[in-house]
Design a protein around this ligand. Structure first.
Ligand SMILES: [Zn+2]
Ligand SMILES: [Zn+2]
Length: 78
């Protein structure tokens, strides 16, 4: 049986996630997020949605991207 790469739990309904050349197995989305979700370059929270990519960094929202000096990003249409 496969083991979770984060917590080591064995489970019969494992998630297997491929990201580029990386292949990881998890017992839950929570563990998958812990291992694979990027962190906002400004506030450090987990980015589990699409996030915003600016200046080669990933941010959780346009506010954080702007705080970091990115221009031309916004959360809402004007
Ligand atoms: Zn786990
Ligand atoms: Zn943020």
């Amino acid at each position: 049986m496969l083991r979770c790469d984060v917590c080591g739990n064995e489970y019969d309904k494992m998630l297997v996630i491929l990201q580029g050349d990386r292949r990881m197995t998890f017992d839950s989305f929570e563990c998958a997020i812990e291992a694979m979700a990027p962190r906002c370059a400004q506030c450090g929270c987990r980015v589990i949605g699409h996030g915003i990519e600016a200046q080669d960094q990933i941010y959780c929202c346009a506010h954080c991207a702007q705080q970091a000096g990115a221009s031309g990003v916004r959360d809402r249409a004007a």
